[in-house]
Design a protein around this ligand. Structure first.
Ligand SMILES: NC(=O)c1ccc[n+]([C@@H]2O[C@H](COP(=O)([O-])OP(=O)(O)OC[C@H]3O[C@@H](n4cnc5c(N)ncnc54)[C@H](O)[C@@H]3O)[C@@H](O)[C@H]2O)c1
Length: 285
């Protein structure tokens, strides 16, 4: 999709986790469509790097190092953005993450960390930013980055998946509660998408030279599982976010858009080694 530079002109967006991966791609796509962007990321260098790229696109940017597991810092992110730009039109609740572990080996401390990072952060940012949108009287768009794991079983990712499922229903419920204010809430549900986190670069400055690359066997397995035959690209979530932020989606609220190469649609279907769709892989049915 070509971004029309005026699609979001005069709009102000906040993107949590906007320093890397999907959040960064969303921040840049919104800026390319005319929005000014505040980036709240836990890694200060990542915040600054995305802000510099937003400015290169001719938009204003604010880099605000923020740990979304700290609700005071989330409120400060929202307050500083509103103070600096005088308005908030778009909130992208993107920051999130997971540690792979069987549920029975996961401690209560770990449950709570996952819930703080993936769910409480969304509640806190939404409850801080929406009153600013309401006060502005121009409506707004809240976009939650959930996951395909919200809608299917996710062994070894149980608490994360439960949080993402919570976000899906929060999206539907708040769409109703906020509709009278002209504020829409929708979600984007990626499947596997190439990002620093997926490539083992969760913390510190983004450094693609250190990324763990998939083996040819892993790449082939992805192609068998995903109808469009490949991992997602972060900018594909950026394009979906521009759509949901703009008036192109003016009659869409309370929905979850899979950005997953068809993975949700395919459910248990797999390509066999001859490239045919089957429920049994290479074992004849
Ligand atoms: N990449 C995928 O395959 C995939 C699939 C489904 C869903 N998602 C979801 O997309 C979102 C982004 O994932 P990603 O793959 O781009 O992740 P990533 O790890 O590549 O990047 C996440 C960004 O968030 C920042 N961050 C991490 N913890 C933070 C915190 N506590 N406070 C503020 N910022 C923090 C990181 O510094 C980083 O810049 C997440 O919500 C994730 O659950 C990703």
């Amino acid at each position: 999709m070509q971004q029309a530079a005026s699609l979001l002109s005069d709009q102000v967006a906040i993107v949590t986790g906007g320093g890397g991966g999907i959040g960064r791609a969303i921040a840049l796509a919104l800026a390319a469509s005319g929005a000014d962007v505040a980036i709240g990321d836990i890694v200060p260098e990542r915040c600054e790097e995305t802000a510099a790229r937003v400015r290169e696109l001719g938009r204003r940017a604010l880099a605000i190092p923020t740990d979304v597991m700290n609700t005071d810092q989330i409120r400060a992110l929202v307050d500083r953005t509103a103070e600096h730009f005088g308005r908030i039109d778009i909130l992208v609740n993107n920051a999130g993450g997971v540690t792979k572990r069987p549920f029975l080996e996961q401690s209560e401390h770990s449950w709570r960390k996952h819930i703080d990072l993936n769910l409480i952060s969304v509640l806190a940012a939404t409850s801080a930013a929406v009153p600013v949108m309401i006060h502005g009287g121009r409506g707004g768009s809240v976009i939650n980055v959930t996951s395909i794991e919200a809608s299917r079983a996710a062994p070894n990712f149980a608490v994360y998946a439960a949080c993402k499922a919570g976000i899906n229903n929060l999206t539907r419920t708040l769409a109703l509660e906020l509709a009278d204010h002209g504020i829409r809430m929708n979600a984007i549900a990626p499947d596997v998408t190439v990002t620093p986190g997926i490539r083992g670069n969760h913390a510190g400055p983004v450094d693609p030279t250190k990324w763990i690359q998939p083996t040819p066997a892993q790449t082939a397995a992805i192609a068998r599982r995903i109808p469009l035959c490949r991992e997602g690209i972060d900018s594909e979530c950026g394009q979906a976010a521009v759509f949901l932020a703009s008036t192109m989606s003016s009659y869409i609220t309370g929905t979850v858009i899979p950005v997953d190469g068809g993975a949700w649609a395919s459910s248990g279907w797999l390509r066999n080694s001859a490239g045919k769709w089957t429920l049994t892989g290479d074992i004849p049915s």
